[in-house]
Design a protein around this ligand. Structure first.
Ligand SMILES: Nc1ncnc2c1ncn2[C@@H]1O[C@H](COP(=O)(O)OP(=O)(O)OP(=O)(O)O)[C@@H](O)[C@H]1O
Ligand SMILES: [Mg+2]
Length: 458
């Protein structure tokens, strides 16, 4: 279980994106505001100088019109101050106050300009600003409107950024969330789920593909494990039931002990021993601990000797067994494993080839590989069985094989041994015409070293 405090990926991403958007919005607002403020201050300075000069000029004209400072000059000043959005105080040349705007606040910034007429200074005008930054009333209103504009846009932009962040983070994290769900399902043994290919980039697609593959593999392995248990139980039950039945009949006196009865019992015990031995060979072949004892051998000779071993059973059934392995094929391989491969194939060929049939073993050199073929003229295998032939406990025809006594392990061992020796295995068959097994063994060794204990690759 995850600690309760931990946030989901979506929430984390959303907070990160929101934080990012917030920083970007605030930073750009601050930059915009600074740029605005700089240009606005420049504009205000120019404007103030021009306005102040204009006020001084108007007062100079009033002075010239009235031939001195009159009390009604104050009316011009009052009109001017309200027009220009400033407060004004007019003084004569001796700095004596002629007229003053009463609302002037002495705490605010001010500028004093001389009033010139006919080339001489005739008085002074002191201009008080309503704002500490020398702004006029209108400049101040304008700046307030600008600041308000910036701040009222920040809020909706932030809300939009928040919404987008949640949307994006859900989109980005959805494939990962799905993969996480799949992995958790897999942990609980539910292998059936698969992820749709996400559209979040190559890496995510590859990750989804790998997870799907892993899930499929685990599902397959789980199925094989279940089948293995039931198959082993089934294979053991048949001979044991026969043995039990026969022994009970003997104990109850239904059957009298005879050589033939004991031979039947012996055959069943042999079958059990054979099955257990096949199972242990399969287990060894499928485990990581398959040791190879490679030696330099002549594959042709080794094959001939193995073929000789099974000749008696072939003769007994009336199936002809030929071996074409004349030229020497030097190869570094494990002779015991190779013998087992051939014995399993020849055992099958004999089982599934009727009397008067023919089995041919051929060993030849093909480029850098030794090519070994075991061909029979037996019953053949239907095409739909071919892909599963090398799986353990698989039998092409269950009812038929029950009579021949096969457990479906032989070819699984063959496949694992051939892979361990670095070779490859193919089968071709036509029902009624016979079957051909073909093995390619590389002359220069295989993927496994003599004492190597590595995994099998399929
Ligand atoms: N030469 C062949 N001709 C026809 N069918 C074959 C031949 N070889 C194998 N098969 C089919 O492939 C199945 C699997 O073969 P495999 O050798 O693994 O098992 P088996 O012979 O039935 O049992 P085991 O080898 O464990 O005693 C067989 O049951 C049979 O149906
Ligand atoms: Mg077999």
């Amino acid at each position: 279980m995850l600690p309760a405090k931990r946030q989901s990926l979506t929430t984390k991403l959303a907070w990160m994106l929101t934080g990012f958007a917030f920083v970007v919005v605030m930073l750009s607002s601050w930059i915009l505001d600074s740029i605005d403020h700089y240009h606005f201050t420049q504009y205000i300075d120019q404007n103030r100088d021009m306005r102040n000069q204009r006020i001084a000029n108007v007062l100079a004209q009033a002075y010239e019109r009235d031939h001195g400072w009159e009390s009604d000059t104050g009316l011009d000043v009052a009109r001017l101050s309200s027009l220009e959005g400033v407060n004004i105080q007019l003084c004569d040349i001796t700095h004596r106050k002629v007229w003053s705007d009463h609302s002037a606040s002495p705490g605010n910034a001010s500028d004093t300009l001389p009033i010139r007429s006919g080339g001489t200074t005739v008085g002074y005008v002191e201009i008080f600003y309503v704002h500490p930054d020398s702004f006029s009333q209108f400049d101040d209103l304008f700046q307030q409107a600008m600041n308000q504009g910036v701040f009222t846009t920040i809020l909706p932009v932030l809300v939009i950024a928040l919404g987008l962040s949640w949307f994006l983070s859900r989109r980005i994290s959805r494939p990962l969330v799905e993969m996480n769900q799949l992995a958790r399902q897999m942990r609980q043994g539910n292998w059936g789920l698969r992820i749709q290919e996400p559209n979040g980039g190559v890496e995510l697609s590859q990750l989804a593909e790998s997870l799907n593959h892993l899930s499929e593999e685990l599902q397959k392995q789980d199925m094989l494990r279940r089948n293995l248990t039931s198959d082993v139980a089934h294979e053991l039950r048949t001979p044991l039931t026969t043995l039990k039945g026969h022994l009970e009949a003997l104990i109850d006196g239904i059957w009298t002990p005879s050589k033939q009865r004991f031979e039947t019992l012996h055959a069943e015990v042999e079958r059990l021993i054979g099955l257990v031995s096949s199972l242990s060979k399969l287990n060894e072949a499928e485990s990581d601990s398959l040791d190879l004892n490679r030696q330099q051998v002549d594959l042709a000779r080794l094959t001939r000797l193995t073929v000789e071993l099974v000749q008696p059973s072939y003769r007994q059934k009336g199936v002809q067994l030929d071996c074409h392995a004349d030229s020497m094929i030097p190869l570094c391989t494990d002779p015991d494993k190779w013998k087992q491969i051939l014995l399993n194939l020849l055992d099958n060929a004999l089982k599934y080839t009727p009397e008067t049939g023919r089995v041919t073993v051929t060993v030849a050199l093909r480029d850098e590989t030794a090519l070994v073929q075991v061909a029979d003229t037996g019953v053949g295998i239907a095409e739909e069985h071919l892909p599963y032939l090398f799986e353990r406990f698989y039998r092409a025809d269950r009812s038929r094989n029950r009579s021949t006594g096969g457990a479906g392990i032989g070819l699984a061992i063959v496949k694992k041994y051939v892979q361990a020796l670095g070779g490859s295995l193919h089968v071709e068959s036509n029902p009624g015409d016979g079957t051909l097994f073909e093995i390619h063994l590389p002359l220069r060794g295989g993927p496994r070293r003599d004492t190597g204990k590595t995994n099998f690759g399929d």
